[in-house]
Design a protein around this ligand. Structure first.
Ligand SMILES: C[S@@+](CC[C@H](N)C(=O)[O-])C[C@H]1O[C@@H](n2cnc3c(N)ncnc32)[C@H](O)[C@@H]1O
Length: 286
């Protein structure tokens, strides 16, 4: 299934894009939101960033993104990237966090518990991989990331099972990890697959995702012009909490536009199940 941009109409409406405005898409992905930004007003300028080189290489070959400045980097370096490309006094900044359906289904990097692939899980060029965590980290450290980044209530049992398994052989693939989880017969967490939280925890740890977000948010406020808007779409409570608290703490610099996060309606959730956990928050620089 191709990547369907989530909460697209709300995002574009709330960004209030004007002709000739300067915008940054910090999470270019497959360019779904970027495409809509480009079409929303004449002469829109756009800087697109993505940590995954494959996304940027693909976009550079697409005619429709010819006028977009495309940068393969982590948004934790937002200020530096913006300055280098003369993108200061920006009208709108978008972060659509996490990873795209294309990465999930086609990257071959072990993001999906539905595929049997090497456990890499890097979005960019970091050194840490998921298999290193699983095969080398002490049981307590594995338990800690499962608890903190996965909010996995069975973190203790899972960490122990991982360490027991690796005494016999290396954990090299997503299929092996799913096998370990299934052997525990932990049952479903409501409607989600029993491997969801473990995979989420590993991806966050491998990519230092929460730190990148914490580092990028103040930089976004710095490069926005007065009246410019920052829009963040998050997919789990850890990210959403960071965004919510950041907006509240920036009361001197930001006006919160979305008092409550915007979520997908039934029709969108049916068409795109990924959208069920999406939360959109928008703030405007004072
Ligand atoms: C949900 S997808 C974005 C999809 C995009 N909005 C679209 O409609 O096609 C998130 C993207 O952000 C990228 N990403 C995640 N964390 C990042 C970071 N810290 N810096 C830069 N890119 C990041 C991922 O590689 C992925 O391509």
């Amino acid at each position: 299934m191709p990547h369907l941009p989530v909460l697209l109409r709300d995002t574009i409406n709330l960004l209030v894009l004007k002709p000739g405005s300067r915008n940054i898409d910090c999470t270019f992905g497959d360019g779904g939101h970027s495409r809509a930004i480009l079409q929303s007003a004449p002469n829109v300028q756009l800087l697109g960033i993505d940590a995954d080189a494959e996304n940027i290489i693909r976009a550079k070959k697409q005619k429709e993104f010819k006028k977009v400045i495309l940068v393969n980097d982590n948004f934790r370096n937002l200020n530096k990237i913006a300055l280098k490309n003369n993108f200061t006094d920006v009208d709108a900044i978008l972060m659509d966090l996490g990873w795209s359906s294309t990465q999930f289904e086609k990257s071959g990097r072990g993001f999906s518990f539905l595929r049997d692939e090497p456990l890499d899980m890097r979005l960019g060029v970091g050194e840490l991989t998921a298999d290193e965590i699983l095969n080398k980290w002490p049981e307590e450290e594995i338990g800690k990331i499962l608890r903190e980044y996965g909010e996995e209530r069975n973190w203790k049992k899972i960490a122990k099972a991982i360490v027991d398994y690796r005494r016999g052989k290396l954990i090299a693939t997503s299929g092996q990890l799913v096998e370990i989880l299934f052997t525990l017969r932990l049952g479903q967490h409501g409607k989600i697959h029993p491997a969801t939280k473990t995979f989420q925890a590993l991806r966050i740890a491998v990519n230092y995702e929460l730190n990148a977000l914490k580092q990028a948010l103040p930089q976004a406020v710095e490069i926005l012009k007065s009246g410019g808007r920052l829009t963040v779409i998050s997919f789990h409570s850890l990210e959403d909490r960071i965004v919510k608290r950041f907006f509240q703490n920036q009361i001197k610099h930001l006006k919160i536009i979305t008092k409550r996060p915007i979520v997908a309606d039934r029709a969108e959730i049916l068409a795109n199940p990924r959208s069920r956990s999406a939360k959109l928050r928008v703030a405007e620089k004072i």
